[in-house]
Design a protein around this ligand. Structure first.
Ligand code: NAP
Length: 284
């Protein structure tokens, strides 16, 4: 059934032109019979963030997504923060209920749902993560929620890896290392899963990959790159050649959008439509 109701949604970031969210949500809204649901990319400078957030209330936006560089700074301007977003310290989805703005982080749900679709059980696993930035916090929280037995964080900057591990000390057994250290290389040898959360290999730098020796991983370890553009990164290509199972970042992107759509509308999107739309825009 088609509804003539008008509702507004958007995504804020700086820049924001690269985002594929407008295409994905618009296709899903149309498929669900909401042709008058708008989804607008809005480039907002950090200095204007407060006014933009207040503006969403005035303009009666039902919700909006949040991308770099506002994911952390926006917390202080919201009326309520969901518990996942609070632990992670970042919001990627805001829902407006009659002027009350609540912040969520759907990257955790997307990350875990993608693992589940790949039939990987994080419970009791040894997970090795590369990178200690924003996305790493969502991935780490997902692994802690699922009670991974041990989580090793490797980064080029060991102080950042260590600081991230300390932030999550109350939630699991997490340690941070220099990814060039012998300790880290030894830990790679017992990993059940290796997850890249750095942008190394992302378009246009498609010939880059994190400087780790994949051959150290045990046979059968899952190599997961959360980069989605390109879908198959150099890291995943190399892992496939070595015989490891792999998982790309497109499913996390889709599944975090699925969760945000559910928060916005109370319904689940047509995932076939969302996937086909995304595939039109992603580089293989
Ligand atoms: P971020 O906050 O900037 O963090 C990036 C991390 O990678 C930091 O630890 C950073 O180290 C490290 N790094 C960056 N450049 C590096 C280099 N040249 N050599 C070594 N380490 C480097 O970025 P983010 O928001 O976490 O995003 C990271 C990636 O995840 C992006 O590719 C993004 O598209 C992807 N992502 C995917 C999804 C999805 O749904 N699939 C969701 C979120 C993010 P320093 O701190 O030392 O700079």
């Amino acid at each position: 059934m088609t509804s003539s109701e008008i509702k507004n949604f958007g995504i804020i970031g700086y820049p924001v032109g690269h985002s594929l969210s407008p295409q994905m949500y618009k296709a899903a809204f149309e498929a669900a019979g909401f042709p008058n649901y708008n989804y607008i990319p809005l480039q907002i400078h950090s200095a204007k963030l407060y006014f933009a957030v207040e503006g969403f209330k005035g303009l009666d936006f039902r919700g909006f997504n949040v991308t770099i560089p506002h994911k952390t700074n926006i917390l202080k301007y919201l009326d309520a923060i969901d518990s996942d977003a609070m632990v992670i310290g970042a919001v990627n989805t805001v829902v407006n209920d009659g002027g009350m703005l609540t912040g969520y982080n759907t990257d955790v749900a997307g990350f875990l749902a993608a693992l589940a679709e790949a039939n990987f059980l994080p419970e009791d696993c040894h997970a090795v993560m590369l990178g200690a930035g924003g996305a790493a916090r969502a991935v780490l929280w997902g692994l802690c929620k699922k009670r991974a037995e041990f989580i090793t964080i490797g980064a080029r900057n060991p102080q950042k890896a260590d600081a991230l591990a300390k932030d999550f000390l109350n939630y699991g057994h997490v340690e941070g290392f220099d990814w060039n250290s012998d300790e880290f290389k030894e830990l790679m040898q017992t990993a059940d899963i290796l997850i890249n959360t750095t942008p190394l290999g992302m378009f246009p730098h498609v010939d880059d990959m994190p400087p780790v020796d994949l051959k150290l991983l045990p046979e059968g370890a899952l190599v997961y790159d959360i980069i989605y553009n390109p879908v198959e990164t150099k890291l995943l290509r190399t892992a496939k050649k070595l015989g490891y199972p792999t998982l790309d970042g497109a499913s996390m992107l889709l599944l975090q959008a699925k969760e945000a759509y559910r928060l916005y509308t109370g319904q689940l999107p047509d995932m076939k439509v969302m996937t086909e739309t995304l595939n039109k825009f992603l580089k293989p």
